[in-house]
Ligand binder design. Structure first.
Ligand code: SF4
Length: 432
């Protein structure tokens, strides 16, 4: 059912290049680990890599390492090991897969993960803070929390020019200055503001391209699938943020998707239903999960995942490199706050996504392991249904733990959803 073979050089290039970049990244991490060197551990909701790259820290995203164990179908071995060690079955599966990775000396299906020298994280997920304490205990390393002031109420975001925004921005900037001082202390190197400008310039290129990419998927048929292709894009957006390779990758992706949109090449040759995905993917059944939708001609045109897990890249914010630290603080504040808004104040943006992509339905996918993203989804769904006449599906599984994922049950619910979508469409054809 996959379409798009008319230009083999361009169509599919993003997925090929994404896989190559991923292999290169993990090869580099493996070399770092084997040389006994250390790295910076960071998270997708506010990675601060623009600063860390100035000090040449190899960058490790433990969330990405963990999800890769599920995609490569070995997550259960890691989860069992962490549970045998004493971690509860109830906590975030990413944490447990990482604990097992650490207990194995960094052994991972994609190579070897170096130990941390520092961990940097935001308050976007409270698990980040407890997770980093594990490394603090294991390796006696410094951890650094950047506290990002969240939105105070639905629709109450403040922006540059507003005195409340200026106060929040100053608060974040003060913390970034402390982080720089800590990096100087750890590495024994002086901070180079021009290197910061360079990494910010690369992030600007990536952010502009990422925003353009999301807009391109409004085309009908949609040129990419936000769940399957989108997850590859997200990996590159995080792992290569602040680099020329990452920015170039996204500019190339825009070229590819523009070509596909202009030539009517969809990710599916027969797109029947356009869907929005809310939550974190089901990595233990990654490909199969998506196929249960594409078999009915359903494609995911956008997702909240592309929003909160992109490190703020989705908002397309452009740093002003003439005032780097102030502008970095603005970008971090806007980007991380936006990721938190995707959980606390989802409704307005979801409504915009549905309208913008002409979506036929919304798929809510709460998962056992991640309360941060899953809590409140049932209420969010009810609120959306009260506001809009749009079909929705609510299916529960997990992003790591195949013991709580039942393919047959998921399939039954998904099939029934598409039958409902078909009769909805028939009804509207009859009445118009
Ligand atoms: S609880 Fe959710 S958001 Fe937090 S670290 Fe785990 S998967 Fe990520």
């Amino acid at each position: 059912m996959n379409g798009g073979t008319s230009d083999t050089n361009l169509v599919g290039r993003g997925n090929r290049d994404g896989a190559r970049l991923f292999r290169e990244w993990f090869a580099e991490l493996t070399a770092t680990a084997e040389q006994g060197q250390r790295s910076a551990y960071v998270f997708v909701m506010g990675s601060l890599v623009e600063i860390l790259r100035v000090f040449d820290f190899p960058i490790v995203f433990p969330e990405i390492n963990s999800l890769q164990t599920a995609v490569r179908r070995v997550a259960h071995e890691y989860l069992n090991q962490a549970e045998d060690y004493g971690y509860s079955p109830d906590i975030c599966g990413y944490v447990k897969a990482d604990v097992a990775t650490q207990l194995r000396g960094g052994e991972h299906p994609m190579g070897r993960i170096p130990k941390p020298e520092i961990a940097v994280f935001t308050n976007a997920c409270n698990t980040y803070i407890k997770w980093a304490e594990i490394w603090e205990r294991m390796y006696r390393i410094p951890t650094f929390t950047v506290d990002i002031p969240g939105t105070r109420g639905a629709g109450l975001q403040t922006w540059p020019g507003d005195p409340d925004f200026a106060a929040d921005r100053r608060y974040v900037e003060g913390q970034l200055r402390e982080l720089i001082a800590l990096c100087e202390e750890i590495t024994g190197r002086s901070f180079d503001i021009d290197r910061l400008r360079e990494t910010m310039t690369e992030t600007n290129r990536m952010s502009a391209a990422w925003k353009a990419l999301l807009d391109l998927n409004r085309a009908r048929p949609a040129p990419f699938n936000a769940l399957s292709d989108g997850t590859i894009f997200l990996g590159v957006a995080n792992g290569f943020r602040g680099t020329d390779a990452g920015a170039t990758y996204f500019e190339n992706l825009v070229e590819e998707m523009t070509y596909k949109a202009e030539h009517g090449i969809g990710t599916l040759t027969e797109e029947q239903y356009r869907l929005i995905f809310v939550g974190v993917p089901c990595y233990p059944l990654f490909r199969r999960f998506n196929e249960m939708f594409t078999a009915w001609g359903g494609t995911f045109v956008n997702s909240t995942y592309l929003w909160f897990a992109s490190g703020g890249t989705n908002v397309g914010f452009q740093y002003d490199v003439a005032r780097p630290l102030e502008s970095l603080a603005e970008g971090v504040l806007i980007g991380v706050r936006d990721a938190m808004d995707s959980m606390f104040f989802q409704l307005d943006i979801l409504e915009g996504m549905i309208d913008g992509c002409a979506a036929d339905g919304v798929v809510y996918h709460p998962i056992k392991s991640c309360r941060t993203v899953s809590t409140g989804l049932a209420d969010n769904r009810r609120a959306l249904m009260e506001r809009l006449d749009v079909a929705s599906l609510f299916i529960e599984s997990d992003m790591m733990d195949r013991r709580v994922v039942t393919e047959a049950q998921l399939k039954n619910r998904i099939d029934a959803f598409f039958e409902g979508l078909a009769s909805r469409r028939n009804r509207s054809t009859v009445t118009t």
